[in-house]
Design a protein. Structure first.
Length: 144
């Protein structure tokens, strides 16, 4: 596998870091040599394993819990990642929420929470990181 040298040593904020897709993304980000802020909802053990993967490849990792259904969390994730690792240069918005009930049984509050995590949070994350990326003239944003 070829690595992208322009990413080595850069700081990435990854949401949904404790899920299956998040695990695969962490492995690749670690191989590329990024330092990774691992944002996760409730699966701390999986986030700890992901942090171990980053560290095993020589990167720095920080785990940051947060519920992306809360509109204030995206900015706090970016602030904490920046405090711990440096300015976020790569954003991977991977967190997602799915409802497993039929539409006729789904509560409006659950639907709203799904939209908050899947649509609003990535928008707010991008709003929080783009000014700094523009200022530094480098940045990558990936919506999964």
């Amino acid at each position: 596998m070829t690595t992208n040298e322009s990413l080595r040593g850069r700081v990435c904020l990854l949401t949904g870091a404790s899920g299956g897709i998040g695990g695969a993304l962490v492995a690749r980000l670690a191989q590329e040599g990024l330092h990774v802020a691992l944002a996760y909802g409730s699966h701390q053990a999986e986030a700890e394993r992901a942090a171990g993967t980053v560290r095993a490849h020589g990167g720095r990792a920080v785990m940051i819990p947060g519920d992306l259904a809360d509109a204030g969390v995206p900015r706090r994730l970016v602030e904490r990642a920046t405090e711990e690792l440096g300015p976020v240069e790569v954003l991977v918005a991977n967190a997602g929420r799915a409802q497993r009930s039929s539409y006729d049984e789904l509560e409006v509050a659950d639907w709203d929470a799904t939209l908050d995590v899947n649509l609003r949070a990535p928008f707010l994350l991008a709003q929080a990181v783009l000014p700094g990326m523009r200022h530094r003239q480098f940045g990558r944003v990936l919506f999964v």
